[in-house]
Design a protein around this ligand. Structure first.
Ligand SMILES: [Zn+2]
Length: 291
């Protein structure tokens, strides 16, 4: 064990790539680079000897020595490396910590998702286009356009995109279009949107309703908080779209309730598997269309 001659705590020992060795005490902030000719213990003795005879470099001298040894970059070099990139405080503190040799630094700007055609040219129902324009949406992202196209043509689709990037529109719009085009009777459940939690389902409802209202389609949330009167209304005059969560769905399918019977007419199933299921960075929507 190599202890600090000043405070007796354990020294940090680090071999350098050029056959030298760095001893340092994090408490006393003393450090020295020693030639490493024979073995570690010899080097340690040299370090102690230098300390005893007052030859251990000052912090500033040691910094210069570390820079000379190529163990650290000078501040000038780091600044040059950063150039005119904008960096946050955390990155700055890491770069200037004097603890790491950063051989390369590059700042990559996060790019916006690729834009695609205009809402106007989408060929969607006029009322959908109007609803989108009211919401300030004039163009689709590429991934939205792809999803809309595929769903309209009856494909099963998985959409992966970051939070708040327009996934809801990507599956709600084509499903609306399909319902509008459908010859199946209204007042039957066409689509089921399943969210992992009650709060997420309730959260998305106004957003979905904003589009469906214009098309004269009804949406309803069916979950543990749905009042008896609302439940009866859903059963008596089914909405075209039902928004619910996994627990409720499981319960009703298992017990074969009246609500479960309503789902016999469902043609579109959208499952929102949020980060609560699949990790911090990705949201995944699975759309299985039976239509
Ligand atoms: Zn010490």
């Amino acid at each position: 064990m190599h202890t600090c001659p000043k405070c007796k705590s354990k020294l940090e020992v680090q071999k350098t790539f050029n056959q030298k060795i760095l001893f340092g005490c994090t408490h006393c902030k003393i450090e020295d680079v020693i030639d490493y000719n024979k073995n570690l213990d010899e080097a340690y003795l040299d370090f102690l000897l230098k300390f005893d005879t007052g030859q251990t470099p000052t912090k500033k001298e040691s910094q210069n020595a570390l820079e000379k040894e190529g163990l650290l970059q000078s501040e000038d070099k780091i600044k040059k490396m950063i150039g005119d990139s904008k960096i946050d405080d955390l990155t700055r503190s890491i770069l200037f910590s004097k603890k790491h040799y950063v051989s390369h630094f590059k700042s990559i700007e996060e790019s916006d998702p690729e834009m695609s055609s205009t809402v106007e040219d989408s060929g969607l129902d006029e009322r959908i286009i109007e609803a989108l324009k009211t919401k300030g949406i004039s163009k689709f992202y590429k991934f939205q356009e792809d999803a809309i196209h595929d769903i309209v043509f009856g494909k099963n689709v998985i959409i992966t995109a970051p939070t708040a990037s327009g996934k809801t529109e990507a599956f709600v719009i084509p499903i609306m279009q399909k319902i509008v085009d459908s010859k199946a009777p209204r007042h039957s459940v066409h689509a089921l949107f399943v969210y992992p939690t009650k709060s997420l389902a309730r959260d998305q409802h106004p957003k979905i309703k904003g589009i469906t209202d214009r098309l004269g389609l009804k949406t309803a949330v069916f979950d543990g908080d749905t009042k008896d009167t609302e439940r009866r209304e859903i059963l008596d005059s089914p909405p075209e779209i039902i928004i619910t969560n996994f627990d409720v769905l499981h319960y009703h399918l298992w017990h074969r309730t009246k609500f479960a019977a309503l789902l016999n007419t469902v043609k579109f199933l959208a499952v929102d598997e949020t980060h609560t299921y699949s990790g911090i960075f990705a949201l995944t929507f699975i759309i299985l269309s039976r239509g």
